[in-house]
Design a protein around this ligand. Structure first.
Ligand code: NAP
Length: 285
């Protein structure tokens, strides 16, 4: 039910089989998902993008990138939260935690404690998960502050970084309560090393809630297993924006196989959107 008590509109299954409309609520919560990926946990990402591929636009005054209301909506946000409810651990980034301090991030890390998502916390407890997923932060610089709220919520926080990370910053995060692991030999972290480290910690499903650079690191290593993509039927333009992946050309490119597709039809006040799930296929170069 919405805040006004009205039943939210259903979505239309288009693929693999077109069928009768189904409720949006619990669409991703109840869907069967793997719990084993190529290198350990099943690692999945999620983006909302416009038809011109924008996932974030620069703020006209500050220039900082953010997901504007012209890109994401509440229905997509519900699915984002449902996907978080399925995870043992969320993968986030140093950039996200810096934004959080500046107050420009979309929300605190899921799961949201707001009332419309209370059923997701209950669902986790009923299925034997801790109330909140753990958190893994990818960062080369270690230049961020861990929010105290994460520890208050009882989440295990791990920072995954490269061999060149400074000792002082490592100690600072350890004193705050995180475990810091230098998983890769260089500055940047390799996506395969991330997956193996998360597997060693016993995680079976890891949800990347970060942006284009982390997605690139995961795909370059063949470590991203699944991608959920909401495409809003809207074009926003703009000269300063982000798109779902950024970084050197992927050689070979990552190929994706469609697993499902739903249409969330346009209304008189909002454009339509489509909810897709893909699996990743990595072919030898
Ligand atoms: N529409 C959507 O669905 C959606 C989803 C996610 C994000 N976004 C938006 O996308 C915008 C851009 O995000 P972003 O460019 O900041 O991307 P990002 O991939 O979220 O974060 C980049 C940060 O991750 C760390 N990182 C990335 N690759 C790494 C590696 N290989 N090794 C170690 N650390 C690594 C670095 O942290 P350090 O600098 O600390 O080293 C880097 O600054 C944001 O405005 C965000 O809100 C939109």
């Amino acid at each position: 039910m919405t805040d006004t008590g009205e039943q939210p509109a259903p979505v239309h299954p288009l693929y693999p089989d077109a069928g009768s409309p189904v409720p949006l609520q619990r669409l991703y919560l109840e869907a069967p998902l793997p719990d084993q990926g190529r290198f350990g946990p099943w690692i999945y990402g999620n983006f909302v993008a416009t038809l011109d591929g924008r996932i974030a636009l620069a703020h006209p005054e500050t220039g900082r990138l953010g997901v504007t209301e012209s890109i994401g909506d509440a229905r997509d946000w519900r699915l984002f939260q449902e996907l978080a409810a399925r995870a043992d651990v969320l993968i986030t980034s140093g950039r996200y935690l810096r934004d959080l301090r500046l107050g420009t991030a979309q929300d605190v890390l899921p799961l949201s404690s707001r009332e419309p998502f209370a059923d997701l916390l209950e669902w986790r407890v009923r299925h034997g998960y801790p109330r909140q997923p753990d958190v893994a932060v990818l960062s080369a610089t270690l230049d961020f502050q861990l929010p105290e709220a994460l520890f208050r919520q009882g989440r295990r926080v791990t920072v995954l970084t490269g061999a060149l990370a400074g000792d002082e910053a490592v100690q600072r995060h350890e004193q705050d309560g995180a475990r810091v692991i230098r998983v890769s030999s260089g500055d940047a972290v390799d996506g395969g090393d991330v997956a193996r480290a998360l597997g060693d910690m016993g995680y079976r499903r890891a949800y990347s809630v970060t942006g284009p650079y982390v997605l690139h690191a995961l795909m370059r290593a063949g470590a991203l297993d699944g991608l959920f993509l909401t495409q809003r039927h809207r074009i926003v333009g703009g000269e300063h924006y982000s798109t779902i992946t950024e970084g050197p050309v992927l050689t070979p490119p990552a190929d994706l196989r469609l697993q499902w597709l739903y249409l969330d039809a346009a209304t008189e006040t909002a454009p339509g959107q489509q909810f897709a799930r893909f699996s990743l296929e990595y072919r030898p170069s």
